[in-house]
Design a protein. Structure first.
Length: 241
């Protein structure tokens, strides 16, 4: 009799401890709702962290390399003979090339180093003129597109790229794709513009107001790197790649 009573008591406990199907479904539903609410936030934070890390690395690599490319650090005498094909080739071969770990170089009309289709931030297609440009891929995964300008083009550079230059030195414009030829290939998302002149390497838009930077970043996207820097290296959701 005692054994039977214990069996009845334990059976009763087991019955009380079980969940009904409705309770399980409700619990799973709550978990699903919480996950749906938190996952986008976690994904956005992860993407922002990855983007920030890559951008900081890219900027550090490019800045150091360009500093080493200028003899004696004298930015007023950047060794670019002119703003055309030969000037770009000379500067690349004599000074810039040795500062990077390059895995492939495309000279002028050669393809395979730069995305065939590049777009602005607002979706317009950019015609990338490569006839007098040099593009190369690095072991860090960056694609760098270099373009030389005469010192007399300083007004064009200032107006287009938002970097105040005085015309005392030839000018180098770098378009850097932080993730190589992978998508999205959009200026202001994974492609960023820098100007090398008498003040050293500077991001496009650096000499403009925050309002001007934010507005331009919504259209062409030249100023988006300056925007990210001013925001404490925290890209906005619309600037993530």
């Amino acid at each position: 009799m005692k054994s039977s009573s214990r069996f009845t008591f334990h059976s009763s406990l087991k019955k009380r401890a079980a969940f009904t199907l409705a309770e399980v479904l409700i619990t799973l539903g709550i978990i699903g709702v919480v996950a749906a609410m938190t996952m986008p936030v976690l994904v956005a934070k992860y993407r922002s962290l990855v983007c920030t890390t890559q951008l900081k690395k890219m900027y550090s690599v490019i800045s150091q390399a360009m500093q080493m490319s200028v003899p004696d650090g004298d930015y007023e005498n950047i060794p670019i003979t002119d703003g055309g094909k030969q000037g770009a080739l000379n500067f690349f071969n004599d000074y810039m090339k040795k500062q990077f770990s390059i895995i492939k170089t495309c000279y002028f009309y050669e393809t395979g180093c730069w995305a065939e289709t590049v777009k602005t931030k607002n979706g317009n297609i950019v015609k990338t003129n490569v006839q007098d440009k040099i593009v190369f891929l690095t072991k860090d995964g960056f694609t760098i597109h270099i373009d030389t300008w005469d010192s007399s083009d300083y007004n064009t550079i200032s107006n287009r790229y938002g970097v105040n230059v005085t015309g005392v030195s030839p000018i180098l414009v770098l378009n850097v794709d932080v993730n190589g030829m992978k998508r999205p290939n959009v200026i202001g998302k994974d492609i960023f513009v820098f100007v090398l002149a008498e003040k050293g390497l500077r991001p496009a838009g650096i000499d403009r107001t925050s309002d001007e930077i934010n507005q331009e970043c919504k259209t062409t996207g030249y100023y988006c790197f300056a925007k990210i820097m001013r925001n404490g290296w925290t890209p906005a959701p619309e600037d993530l790649f």
